[in-house]
Write a protein that binds this ligand. Structure first.
Ligand SMILES: C[S@@+](CC[C@H](N)C(=O)[O-])C[C@H]1O[C@@H](n2cnc3c(N)ncnc32)[C@H](O)[C@@H]1O
Length: 238
């Protein structure tokens, strides 16, 4: 029987790689690698996909060096993205006032957010804060524990001066994106970039649908061959 387009997901495109990766992961778990070994030689262990994501984020961040404004990540989870941005700021803007603002309610994904039911995206706010403090990054990275849907507007009412040069969206929910895109767009400076983690993905269409409703004429750019994030808009190009 012929399948509907809606039944296909991007996961299938890389199905042939999946077994080898999970076999490797199982093998790695058995190796009892010391945490110091893992951290100090991390590129020996982590996958090329993880490295690819870091390089893409770095390329996007690089485009904003020289622009005024702060950085926002919407969807913090365990802190991988926000802490990475904080470390980029520490490396490239050590004397500037640039701050990274991470937004998350720390309650996991909303219902019907994504077809990828394997991940709940539950995480622990206190653990993320401790991770930031233990690495002395509290001066660069601020985490805002809010529900974007009903608290984001009042957050910006209290902080009208907050302006961003880079806004990174990593929440699949249409309901969240519909509220968040206009609010963060208003606070994005001209020349700044709005980044989308999984534009045009069948598994999580909310981001794409909200974007096309709110900014239908936006020129949507990509970093060639990037996995995720995979789209960005430069404010001023529309
Ligand atoms: C895909 S994860 C973010 C991953 C993270 N950017 C990274 O690189 O590891 C999505 C996050 O969105 C958060 N989230 C979902 N709905 C939300 C809402 N209504 N308000 C705030 N955060 C929300 C979830 O708690 C989850 O941590």
């Amino acid at each position: 029987m012929e399948r509907e387009l809606a039944d296909f997901t991007e996961r299938e495109k890389f199905e042939d790689r999946r077994k080898a990766y999970y076999d490797y992961l199982e093998w790695l778990k058995q190796q009892n690698i010391a945490i110091e070994d893992f951290l100090h030689n991390s590129t020996a262990f982590i996958g090329d996909k993880q490295i690819h994501r870091m390089l893409t984020v770095y390329e996007l961040y690089k485009q904003t060096i020289g622009l005024a404004g702060h950085i926002a990540e919407i969807g913090v989870f365990k802190g991988a993205g926000s802490l990475f941005f904080a470390k980029l700021v520490k490396i490239f803007e050590p004397e500037a006032f640039t701050i990274v603002h991470g937004f998350d309610w720390f309650c996991g994904k909303s219902s019907n957010e994504s077809k990828n039911a394997m991940i709940s995206y539950n995480s622990d706010y206190e653990k993320v804060i401790e991770l930031i403090d233990r690495q002395s990054l509290g001066g660069i990275l601020k985490i805002h524990k809010i529900n974007i849907i009903n608290e984001c507007e009042s957050f910006f009412e209290k902080s009208p001066q907050l302006k961003f040069k880079l806004v990174f969206f990593d929440i699949a929910s249409y309901e969240v994106m519909k509220i968040a895109i206009p609010l963060f767009w208003e606070h994005l400076l001209p020349g700044g970039i709005m980044v989308f983690d999984h534009y045009s993905l069948q598994t999580s269409p909310g981001e794409t649908i909200a974007l096309s409703e709110i900014l239908p004429n936006a020129v949507i750019r990509t970093i060639p061959n990037s996995w995720t994030p995979n789209a960005y808009i430069v404010k001023g190009e529309i």
